[in-house]
Every structure is written in C-alpha cells, then in structure tokens.
Design a protein around this ligand. Structure first.
Ligand SMILES: Cc1cc2nc3c(=O)[nH]c(=O)nc-3n(C[C@H](O)[C@H](O)[C@H](O)COP(=O)(O)OP(=O)(O)OC[C@H]3O[C@@H](n4cnc5c(N)ncnc54)[C@H](O)[C@@H]3O)c2cc1C
Length: 348
C-alpha cells in the first residue's frame, strides 16, 4: 500500500453510496494510513471535505465540487481485558461495522448483537449514534479518537463528550463537523455477565421460532440479522439508505392534543423525560405515501420510512419526494420530519 495520498479526479460515486445515485466527485482521496493525515491536511487547506464512509447514510443531490475524503483506515481490531472483567475493543474507522460486530461475537464478547447487520463503517457509527433493537452505539462506546481536518489536531473524546442522542452526536453540528473519526473504543462484556436486550420488535418471536429459550449473544445477533434480511430492502438490489426520517419527538402536550384528534396514533414515552416519540412511518403511511412511485424515486411498498431508487433516480428527485412527504406530514399533523441521511451538498 502506497504511503502517498492518491487523489483521483472525476470519480463516479454510484457504487460508493447505497442509494446508487450517479454523481461525480471532482477530487477524491482515499485515506488508508494514519501517516497520510499530514498530506490530507495540506490537500484540504481552506476547503471543507465531504467525509465518506460506506455511503449508506447519504443522499447525494448533484456532482460534488468539494474534496471527497473516503475513509479506508483498516487495521485489524484488537482487545484489552480489564481488571473489572470487561473488554475494551479498539477498531479503526474504515472497518465495516457488521464485520466488527461479528468479530466481537466470535470472540465470545457480548454487547453489539442487537446492532448486527447495520451497513456502513465503524467511523460513521458514532456520527448518528447508530441504533437498532433497543440498543444504541452510545450504550457500548467508551471513547473515540478523532482528527480535526481544519486544525490538524488529534484528540480523544470520552463517551460523555460526544453528546450522543437519538440519531445524534456532537459531530453533526457546528464545529463538531470538523472532526474525522479515526478509531473507536467499545466496552463489552464477556458472556454470562451481560444482560441481553430481547424485548424489542420481533426478537422474542424469532428466538421462539428458532427453538431458542436461553440465547447466547451470538444467537441474538443471528436472529437480528435474519429479521433484518427478511424485512429491509438490500441496497445491492434496491437503492436505499435505510430509514429516511427520524421518529419525531414532541412535547407531552402536543402528543396529547394529537392523540385527541388521532386516537390510533402510536406514541412512545421517552424514558426519563416528558417528551414523546411518534412513529414517522405511521405519519407517512397515513398521508398515503407508502408504495408511491414517481419515475425511479419511490417509497418502499412495505416500509413508509424507506425511500428507494428503482434504478435511475437522481438525488434531486429523491430530495424533492422527501420534501413533499415532509410538507404533507406537517400540513396534516403539524409535526416536522427530519431527514436521517446527510444531504450533500448541504441544502443550507
Ligand atoms: C439498509 C439500511 C439499513 C440501515 N439500518 C440502520 C439502523 O438500523 N440503525 C441506524 O442507526 N442506521 C441504519 N442505517 C444507516 C447507516 O447504515 C448508518 O448511519 C451508518 O453508520 C452509516 O455508515 P457509513 O459508513 O455508510 O456512513 P456514510 O453514509 O458514508 O456517512 C454518513 C455521515 O457520516 C459522516 N462520516 C462518515 N465516516 C466518518 C468518519 N470516519 N468521521 C467523521 N464523519 C464521518 C459522513 O460525512 C456523513 O455525514 C441503515 C442504512 C441502510 C442502507
């Protein structure tokens, strides 16, 4: 592997984003080694990069004029046993998230099983605090190492310094966007010490169907993978970025007045707060969008939350569809839907 930074011109991005949107990057560099960071700093000076992981949470709406930095730092993960019995697992940003999950489970460490089969890279996982089946990255994150592409400074963020929230972190806002995540450190448990999270969605039923009464973490991971494979469209066959909208969180009083008008509206109290989470999928479905298709841009037939590219949709078409869905939900329910993927270039 060359230590000098290769900068590619006019690179097609279609295979580098799971929506499968065709667009070109004027300049794209592959970051493969930490020793290339100084060259990246020189290359970027005075410019804002688009940092690219697996492209599974991106909506690209036009050719990208800003420099694109594809993070491909891929050293093998390693682990340290702690005196308290826990395990600290270190992994670099370019590793595939699901490969890390499977590696930890194969070592007999529990904690990531509910986060099985989430697409994308390790380095992007903290950006929106990935979550599934009742567990978020933040439940397992110990710390991470990041590099500031503007200043060239490197620093460690402890978990509590990342401002992790529902699909949110410090790295999505203001100066937090200047940090490129190089590696993460997770705190996991050996089997036997870990409390499995099983009361979510179809998990218990899936385990019953598999004849498993007392599952191991690896069995939970396999069950999650099976449910996800059955339910979610595979981006290799149908372009998508998973859930396109976050579930909106509203005040208790707004939730109450909505319930008065729409008795069937699903509502979930947010633990330790007076806020209430609504189901974005339900709101979108009620507005009649499920299965909608316009050219090659559409809303999945079974999942109102998943926008899909049937082949040749442009990012602009998908963004226009998303904007109309937001308007209709706002008009009918007075609720704002926020997009989960990063829209690039940023529309602001
Ligand atoms: C089928 C499908 C199912 C999904 N299911 C889930 C799910 O269950 N839960 C969930 O939370 N998400 C889910 N997602 C969304 C997605 O998988 C995650 O958000 C994932 O973490 C994105 O990783 P990525 O490497 O593809 O990031 P990218 O799409 O490349 O980037 C996403 C954002 O992170 C930034 N970024 C990427 N890498 C770095 C880095 N090293 N340092 C700093 N910034 C960086 C990018 O600039 C961009 O803003 C799903 C997506 C798909 C396609």
């Amino acid at each position: 592997m060359s230590t000098s930074l290769a900068i590619l011109q006019q690179t097609e991005l279609r295979a580098l984003n799971t929506f499968g949107i065709a667009a070109k990057a004027r300049e794209l560099a592959l970051l493969q080694l930490p020793s290339q960071l100084a060259q990246v700093h020189t290359w970027l000076v005075g410019r804002t990069p688009l940092i690219l992981g697996g492209g599974s949470n991106l909506l690209i709406t036009q050719d990208i004029e800003q420099p694109v930095l594809a993070v491909r730092l891929q050293q093998a993960p390693n682990a340290q046993l702690r005196a308290d019995g826990s395990v600290l697992v270190h992994a670099t940003a370019g590793m595939q998230w699901d490969a890390l999950v499977r590696w930890t489970l194969s070592q007999g460490w529990a904690g990531l099983e509910n986060l099985s089969l989430i697409p994308g890279s390790v380095g992007a996982a903290p950006i929106q605090n990935i979550g599934a089946y009742g567990v978020e990255l933040g439940d397992r994150l110990d710390s991470l190492v990041a590099w500031n592409w503007r200043t060239g400074q490197q620093r460690t963020f402890l978990r509590d310094e990342c401002s992790l929230g529902y699909r949110d972190s410090i790295f999505k806002h203001g100066e937090g966007k200047q940090w490129l995540i190089l590696s993460i450190c997770l705190r996991l448990d050996p089997l036997g010490r870990h409390r499995l999270v099983l009361d979510y969605g179809d998990m218990r039923q899936e385990l019953v169907d598999r004849g498993i009464a007392s599952p191991t973490a690896a069995q939970v991971g396999a069950a999650v993978s099976a449910i996800r494979s059955r339910k979610l469209p595979d981006p290799a066959r149908l372009g998508n970025a998973g859930s396109f909208f976050k579930n909106p969180v509203v005040s208790a009083s707004q939730a109450q007045s909505l319930q008065n008008f729409f008795a069937a509206m699903p509502q979930f109290k947010v633990p330790d707060s007076d806020r209430v989470k609504l189901s974005a999928a339900w709101l979108i479905d009620q507005c009649g969008w499920k299965g909608y298709r316009e050219s090659d841009a559409g809303v999945h037939r079974q999942h109102a939350l998943v926008l899909v590219n049937y082949g040749q949709a442009s990012g602009a078409q998908l963004l226009s569809l998303a904007t109309r869905i937001q308007s209709s939900v706002r008009d009918r329910f007075g609720v704002e839907l926020e997009a989960e993927p990063s829209v690039v270039p940023s529309p602001l």
